[in-house]
Design a protein around this ligand. Structure first.
Ligand code: SAM
Length: 248
């Protein structure tokens, strides 16, 4: 009974690997990894000696067809990424889509993901959040993307690279509002874990004044826009007011 297993791996702390994840990785015929050299170290740590092949954004289509062939032949395959849950700002979408279309069983082996870890400690609303992942690298495109999100009332979740964090926070303050509440979650589960709350302006100042805060891996969460009364509601209320005034 073969299956494609989508296996989450730690986002920094090796203690966060699940026992089931280790067992599945030991049992499958083949592991598809984003970066085989990076994963070799991880797999060695958990005594997994299953052969690995690379599946990354540049070879996902060809590699997927090879993997689907092996799955069709009755072998099980696991997909892992460099960190956290595959497909979340990581490769695997094409493979999973094709596997499901071909009626192959796709099984999640859940575990860490930076966005969920950050949300869980942020103190920001989690009932509704929008995962944006990485913003465009170029400033004009980044500002346009942010401007299109300015009215979103759900919490916004961004992944950011250390090289761009200062610029991104500046653009966020500009497009979403400097006073908007936000949380910077850096190096989660690692030695220099930092979770800092503040307005976008305060976080921008915090990061730009301390080069240490511009290192490592970062999630930025931004509170959603305050719910605005729709124009229609306002009009309905106005008319209701007039009608009520006319009542005897
Ligand atoms: N698939 C991964 C997941 O489930 O979180 C994310 C992969 S994405 C290529 C890498 C980005 O995730 C980093 O640039 C950073 O924004 C975020 N990230 C990964 N590990 C993190 C950590 N330990 N602390 C904070 N953010 C992290």
């Amino acid at each position: 009974n073969s299956a494609l297993y989508i296996v989450a791996t730690p986002i920094g702390n090796l203690g966060d690997m699940s026992q089931r994840a280790v067992e599945i990785l030991q049992q499958v015929a083949l592991i598809a990894a984003e970066d085989t050299r990076h994963s070799a170290r991880l797999l060695q740590h958990y005594a997994v000696s299953t052969p690995c092949v690379a599946l990354h954004e540049h070879n996902e289509r060809e590699q997927s067809s090879r993997l689907l062939q092996r799955l069709a032949n009755g072998e099980s395959v696991a997909l892992i990424s460099d960190a956290g849950t595959p497909l979340l700002s990581d490769p695997g979408f094409h493979l999973v889509q094709q596997a499901r279309q071909q009626g192959i069983r796709v099984v999640p082996v859940p575990g860490p993901s930076a966005v969920i870890a950050a949300l869980s400690v942020s103190g920001l609303p989690t009932d509704c959040f929008k995962f944006i992942g990485f913003l465009p690298a170029k400033s004009v495109a980044r500002r346009q993307r942010l401007a299109a999100l300015a009215a979103e009332s759900c919490t916004l979740a961004f992944y950011e690279s250390p090289h761009r964090i200062v610029e991104s926070l500046t653009d966020m303050a500009h497009e979403l509002g400097a006073a908007r509440a936000a949380v910077l979650a850096r190096e989660l589960t690692k030695t220099f874990e930092t979770v800092r709350s503040g307005t976008l302006a305060e976080l921008g100042e915090f990061v730009s004044s301390d080069p240490n805060q511009q290192k490592g891996e970062i999630v930025v969460l931004v509170e959603g826009a305050p719910a605005v009364e729709s124009a229609l509601d306002a009009e309905a209320e106005r008319v209701l007011g007039i009608l009520l005034a006319e009542l005897p």
